[in-house]
Design a protein around this ligand. Sequence first.
Ligand SMILES: Nc1ncnc2c1ncn2[C@@H]1O[C@H](COP(=O)(O)OP(=O)(O)O)[C@@H](O)[C@H]1O
Ligand SMILES: [Mg+2]
Length: 284
Amino acid sequence: MNVITVENLSFRYRRAAEYSLRDVSFEARKGELLGVIGPSGSGKSTLCLTLNGIIPRSIKGEFSGDVVIRDPRTGEEYNTRETPVSRLSTVIGLVLQNPESQLFNMTVEEEIAFGLENLGLERNEILRRLRWVLEVTGLRGLEREFPPNLSGGQQQRLAIASVLAMEPAVLVLDEPTSQLDPVGRREVLGLISLLRKEHGMTVILVEHHTDYILRFADRVLVMDGGHVIMEGTPRELAEEVETLKKLGIKLPPSLEISHELRKRGVIKAPALTEEELLSWTGHP
Ligand SMILES: Nc1ncnc2c1ncn2[C@@H]1O[C@H](COP(=O)(O)OP(=O)(O)O)[C@@H](O)[C@H]1O
Ligand SMILES: [Mg+2]
């Protein structure tokens, strides 16, 4: 079942000379991890903003094509042109690139409850959701902390927690680890894996570091100049090392090394992970 259907989507920001998205079409299926990679300025963040309706509902411009979100729990479909962002946020949640820009309350607890109070939920339901997201994001015990005092990884998990509190079926994350140290990065990627495995969430992940995407994504979109120039499984993408490198996309060492080894006839296929590379070169 498709949860996201994007058809012939083009968008130009008001007063911008160029289109930021050009004739983009793709689908995301229920439970899938769809990776999005591409050089800076290729339209990844703009695409994220179209998925939860901020474009074209709040940020206006020249918009054509369709973005249709289907709630896998009810089967109901929402065209983002016609659906208020507040309604969409209960089906598809967006975590922005910079966690601080999403945090503005005095405590962790208030930050998470904020959106829920706006939904008009009852006190008991708010408390139930609060307990659940604190648990799943590993923030229990930090309820009363001042968000700016948290570590980078904790802040990003808090940003994810306040989006999860809306109980969306789809989570869109725009470079969630770009500002984090390796520890924070591991925390956030671990959380994403958990949400998929244990909660069956559909995840759209824009990531600069391609190692996680190549290891865990079901499919990957490659963007350049507002176009989706490639779409495939990590295995299929691994056949396009030269193209990806030309775009300036940083690939995991295992893929680069195996690509070179294959050119020299040492191994037959590119390796997506270190484990694969080691097993194929006879060093388990
Ligand atoms: N608010 C905006 N107004 C005008 N142009 C924008 C705006 N945001 C992004 N752009 C332009 O749209 C293009 C795509 O940007 P963006 O979606 O942020 O790419 P990415 O996330 O891949 O780096 C870039 O050329 C950028 O300058
Ligand atoms: Mg971006």
